[in-house]
Design a binder for this molecule. Structure first.
Ligand code: ATP
Length: 237
């Protein structure tokens, strides 16, 4: 029983000048699922997310919650429940944890009380550090803050760009455990990762992106045992 898709991408193309970074990608993210896109450096993962968010011009079809997004600007996509946690986290480093979180809510149309509280419940470490400047947080804490800030926008679809980047294995596990909890709480997640092993472990479905194209796709558990995936992405370790 497949969940109905919250996001469908069909034949998406994105170019930087003459370089086509995304070359006809199609994928689907079922409501309530974690779907991962794994691939090496330069495979086109960040570009794909940027195009889905409407931050980069693209050709092809993006359908979200039953609506085709053609010329829908980024702000409207955020208002409709799509939120991107960018690879570089893009925190305001000289502002406090709490103020960074409050900024995450500014695009939200309906002001919902208790959001800070629910983020702090999910990330007790952010609560302990609420008055600390974001730039002085550890890498793992900064990633938590970036995700927490995204949650302040009350996303239906969370787009995560390499949340494991630069983090120690234990912290990666903690972050991805929280991502799985968010899915269990009803948030749909599109997760982009170089860390294929960690990503597939929490995902329902996965896509392998190479050179801007989908090379393989399948249930995450199957991909994790696929000889080609094991050889290229799950080597030792
Ligand atoms: P990484 O994990 O290293 O960010 P990625 O899979 O996210 O890799 P992208 O960042 O999407 O890959 O890059 C895909 C291709 O597009 C690469 O060849 C990259 O050099 C190129 N590219 C990305 N951004 C730009 C840009 N602003 N201008 C020109 N080329 C770009």
């Amino acid at each position: 029983t497949l969940p109905s898709p919250l996001l469908t991408v069909e034949d998406l193309h994105v170019s930087y000048g003459r370089v086509e970074a995304v070359q006809g990608v199609s994928l689907s993210v079922g409501a309530g699922q974690i779907v991962s896109v794994i691939g090496a450096n330069g495979a086109g993962k960040s570009t794909l997310l940027g195009a889905i968010m409407g931050a980069l011009p693209s050709r092809g079809r993006v359908e979200y919650a039953g609506r085709t997004l053609a010329h829908t600007p980024l702000e409207s996509r955020v208002a409709a429940g799509m939120t991107l946690v960018p690879e570089r986290r893009e925190l305001f480093s000289s502002m406090t944890v709490e103020d960074n979180l409050r900024l995450g809510a500014y695009t939200r149309r309906r002001e919902g009380a208790g959001d800070l509280g629910s983020v702090f419940t999910r990330f007790p470490r952010l609560q302990e550090r609420r008055k600390q400047l974001a730039g002085t947080l550890s890498g793992g804490e900064q990633q938590m803050l970036a995700i927490g800030r995204a949650l302040m926008a009350r996303p239906k679809l969370l787009l995560l760009d390499e949340p494991s980047l630069g983090l120690a294995p234990l912290i990666v596990r903690e972050i991805l455990r929280i991502v799985a909890e968010l899915r269990d709480a009803g948030v749909t997640v599109l997760l982009v990762e170089q860390n294929a092993r960690a990503a597939l472990a929490i995902s329902d479905f996965g896509y392998v992106l190479e050179g801007g194209q989908v090379r393989l796709s399948g249930p995450a558990a199957d991909l994790a045992h696929d000889p080609a995936v094991v050889a290229s992405y799950l080597g030792a370790g």
